[in-house]
Design a protein around this ligand. Structure first.
Ligand code: AMP
Ligand code: GLY
Length: 422
């Protein structure tokens, strides 16, 4: 079958790399893709949020399935757009409709969903300017640190964690006043959870589901988890503390009630559910849902999946995922993200990347790259993810770091302590 993959990051390169290993794939198109995806498929210069342009690609290339990488087209309703257009309605979309995408698109929706279905999560209050006083009083009843979350999508910047009550009360007012635009016209105040984070990934057809390998990502720019938040600086899978006992708790208390909750709420859902968890003394709590795969988690989760991904997507589309089981590589996979100098603040683009040909062991997943005059150049904050396998995380990490040394561009930076806390 011909497949169109939407997105342009390391996640999409890893998904593309995996799909091209399937005999079920005829042609793969990626919109817009990057310099890495052009080596495994055909890039088309189309913005995934321009649904009419996506439709044109589907019709012109006899596309039989659309796989959505990032959240934005999902939250904007690409699935509903396709379903409601008679010319392309038969093309399955891997990714939820607008209603299901609210699990990521609205923190308030996600919290209410968790409460309704008894999924363990932090206590919270949802605040708008109409109940600001209640919000300020709620903060007073809580202990520091204070967690404030913009309800809507805020490009990963909408969560504030503050040590001081007066500062938290002030930030609440500023958020409601438009600090993150419309995204923070509702703010979720949340109890702070102290523990260690990990990410669990589920692929579902709305009834059946498979739980993919878990991963831990490293969001801060600086070593020792310091400095500003980024999209993610590296990832490790498996996560040693996520043993069988812990993962059974995750399954019974979180995965199952989540999938059943979607059924009870009459929300059809065909796609990935990314569950961001906090392990608080061995007990899992949900921090957030995302309605897509994580990046850079995909760059370690997908390499550990031995099963045919296109076959799994077809089962999702057909609604018979129940009949499938997945096979997982026992090895560890790690990834180290090379980023542009200055990221996550301002950075320059267009720097020539050299040394890629020297990387002979492991996988190179392009994140923010493009081709210019026959050269590969930087085109984003996160540039290239270097994934490697090993018998354990240390062996895999040694290879990822070695590969990160081998490539070069002006301003290259990576964290050399990925996995330090495991
Ligand atoms: P998010 O943008 O929802 O991924 O949140 C960003 C980060 O804030 C998470 O990865 C956590 O490290 C942290 N965080 C979010 N909610 C909480 C919470 N309730 N308690 C502690 N940390 C949190
Ligand atoms: N790495 C975190 C995310 O994809 O949201």
């Amino acid at each position: 079958m011909n497949i169109l993959l939407l997105g342009s990051g390391g996640r999409e390169h890893a998904l593309a790399w995996k799909m091209t290993q399937s005999e079920k794939l005829t042609k793969l198109f990626i919109a817009p893709g990057n310099a890495g995806t052009s080596a495994v498929g055909t890039n088309v210069d189309v913005n995934p949020n321009d649904f009419e342009a996506v439709k044109k690609v589907v019709l012109e290339n006899a596309i039989e399935m659309i796989v959505v990488g990032p959240e934005e087209p999902l939250v904007r309703g690409i699935k509903d757009f396709v379903l409601n257009d008679p010319e392309i309605a038969q093309v399955p979309v891997i990714g939820p409709g607008q209603k299901g995408a609210q699990l990521e698109g609205s923190k308030e929706f996600a919290k209410a969903f968790m409460q309704r279905h008894n999924v363990p999560t932090a206590a919270y209050l949802s605040v708008t300017s109409a109940n600001l006083e209640e919000g300020l009083a709620f903060l007073k009843t809580m202990k520091a640190p204070y967690v404030l979350k913009a309800d809507g999508l805020a490009a990963g910047k909408g969560v504030l964690i503050l040590d001081d009550l007066a500062e938290a009360q002030n930030e609440l007012k500023e958020m409601l006043g438009g600090k993150f635009g419309d995204a923070s016209s509702t703010v979720v105040i949340e109890e702070y959870l102290s523990g260690i984070e990990l990410s669990v990934f589920v692929l579902t057809d709305g009834h059946g589901y498979v739980v993919l390998p878990e991963a831990k990502d490293y969001k801060r720019i600086g070593e020792g988890d310091t400095g500003l938040n980024t999209g993610g600086m590296g990832a490790v899978s498996p996560v040693p503390f996520a043993d069988e006992v812990f993962m059974k708790k995750v399954h019974d208390r979180i995965v199952l009630p989540t999938v059943e909750g979607l059924i009870k709420d009459d929300i059809p859902y065909k796609g990935f559910i990314f569950i961001g968890l906090m392990s608080v003394e061995g007990e899992p709590f949900v921090i957030e849902y995302n309605v897509r795969m994580g990046d850079p988690e995909t760059e370690v989760v997908i390499p550990r999946l031995k099963s045919d991904l296109v076959d799994l997507f077809q089962a999702v589309a057909a609604g018979n995922l129940r009949t499938k089981q997945i096979e997982v590589d026992e090895r560890s996979a790690t990834t180290v993200m090379c980023v542009s100098g200055g990221y996550p603040g301002d950075y320059e683009k267009g720097k020539e990347i050299t040394g890629l040909e020297n990387i002979t062991e492991g996988m190179v997943f392009h994140a923010g790259t493009t081709e210019k005059d026959g050269k590969v150049v930087t085109a984003g904050g996160r540039v290239i993810a270097l994934t490697a396998y090993g018998k354990d995380k240390d062996e895999a990490l040694a290879q990822s770091f070695k590969n990160a040394q081998k490539l070069d561009y002006e301003g290259k930076y990576f964290r050399s302590d990925i996995g330090f806390d495991l």
